[in-house]
Each structure stands twice: as structure tokens, then as C-alpha cells.
Design a protein around this ligand. Structure first.
Ligand code: AMP
Length: 222
């Protein structure tokens, strides 16, 4: 069967991370999240982490050349068993660079999964989001941990991401609308965009994505 090369696109807080966790289990795909990779660099205080940190804490995008170099290295390491990109590309320049790289390697995108949700919805989700250092995610109202501020899965303390503070959330949304949203049309023109309603319950969104991917795979075999 041919490899599944997927991109998750959508505003911050629409549920890309949640769907990614489910999809990598369904299809046994490597999950490549630029946000997670950059946070890891920042924590380890690598040169890239130090350069990226100031953009991240302000809700701005890290410069394209830094992110592109980081992600290509990761895709290369993963080999050609498919991938699920989460949070990349976020600009047209990143999308062009990815397209060129895949062409060079004779690979192609299977689908770009757009998980969309209105601004009011994502503001509510992001401001209530709490995470542990291993990346398990909760919401103070919609998905609270059993004990306040403690991760159910590993007992680690939960905290709010710096960029989930209200003033930064608005900046991240503005950045999404200005720089990332044009990718919807970009991938629509390539015929690979599939859209999902991120304001629905995570299980429903997941079912819908799974059905869409199953159909795509069937079509590929015809
Ligand atoms: P995320 O966890 O995907 O919301 O990403 C957190 C932050 O990392 C973003 O607000 C950006 O500062 C940075 N970042 C993540 N992915 C990218 C990307 N593809 N291009 C530029 N900056 C990124």
C-alpha cells in the first residue's frame, strides 16, 4: 500500500493535536509537530531553541528558514513510511519548500486535513488548556484532570503554556489569519484539501477523518 503523507492544517486550538494522537495510532504514522519540536529545542536551550523562543513567546512565527531546516531533517530521519505533519507548513514559503522537497524524492501529499473552528471557540479552548511536560493535554472545563493541576496519566504537574495566555492567543490567531489561512486556497487548488468541522466533539471529527482517509485509500487502489 502506498505511504500516507498527511498535513494537519487549522487555527491553534481547533484540535489538531488531539486528532494527531488518534490518527498516528490508526495508521501507525510518525507524528511530526513543529510546535513540539521547537518547544523541545527551547527546553534544551539549543541554538535553534534560543533563536525560536522569543518568536514563540510572542505568538509570532519562527522564521521560515529555521523551521524548514528542522522539519526536513526530521522527515529524512523518519524514512518513507509516511508522515503526519502537525503545525507545518504555516506559510506559503514553507508549503513551496515542502512541495519541492517531496517532488525531489518522488513523494506526494495524500491529503491536507483542515480542522477549522471559529475564533471564539478556539479562544475558549486555548485559554482553558493545561498541559504536562510529556504533552498530555486537558481543559479546565471540558476535559478536567481527576485532581486539579495533576496529570492523570503520569502524575506530573499541569501548567498553562506561555502562549496560551490571553494576550498571546489573540496574536497567534492574527498570525494564523494573515500567514497560514492562505494555505487553504493553495491546497484547494492542488485538489488535496479535505475540511472537517473542529467545533464538533473530538470523536466525531476523528470518525469523519477516518472515513475520508479510508475512501482516499480505496480510490488509490482503483
Ligand atoms: P503550536 O504548538 O503548533 O501552536 O506552535 C507553537 C509556536 O511554535 C507557534 O506559535 C510558533 O511560534 C512556532 N511554530 C510552530 N510551527 C511553526 C511553523 N511551521 N512555522 C513557524 N513557527 C512555528
Amino acid at each position: 500500500m502506498s505511504e500516507l503523507n498527511l498535513i494537519l492544517l487549522g487555527p491553534p486550538g481547533a484540535g489538531k493535536g488531539t486528532q494527531a494522537q488518534r490518527l498516528i495510532k490508526d495508521w501507525d504514522l510518525p507524528h511530526i509537530s513543529t510546535g513540539d519540536l521547537l518547544r523541545d529545542h527551547r527546553e534544551r536551550a539549543t541554538e535553534l531553541g534560543q533563536q525560536a523562543g522569543k518568536y514563540m513567546s510572542e505568538g509570532k512565527l519562527v522564521p521560515d528558514d529555521l523551521v524548514i531546516a528542522m522539519i526536513f531533517e526530521k522527515i529524512e530521519q523518519q524514512g518513507d513510511d509516511g508522515f503526519l505533519l502537525d503545525g507545518f507548513p504555516r506559510t506559503i514559503a514553507q508549503a513551496d519548500a515542502l512541495g519541492d522537497e517531496l517532488d525531489k524524492r518522488g513523494r506526494r501529499l495524500t491529503a491536507v486535513l483542515l480542522i477549522d473552528a471559529p475564533d471564539e471557540e478556539v479562544i475558549g479552548r486555548l485559554s482553558g488548556r493545561r498541559v504536562c511536560s510529556d504533552g498530555h493535554v486537558y481543559h479546565v472545563d471540558n476535559d478536567p484532570p481527576k485532581h486539579p493541576d495533576v496529570c492523570d496519566q503520569d502524575g506530573k504537574p499541569l501548567r498553562q503554556r506561555d502562549d496560551d495566555k490571553p494576550e498571546v492567543i489573540q496574536r497567534r490567531l492574527d498570525t494564523y489569519h494573515e500567514q497560514t489561512k492562505p494555505l487553504i486556497e493553495y491546497y484547494e487548488e492542488q485538489g488535496v484539501l479535505r475540511a472537517f468541522d473542529g467545533s464538533r466533539a473530538p470523536g466525531e471529527v476523528h470518525d469523519h477523518i477516518r472515513a475520508t482517509l479510508a475512501t482516499l485509500r480505496l480510490e488509490e487502489r482503483l
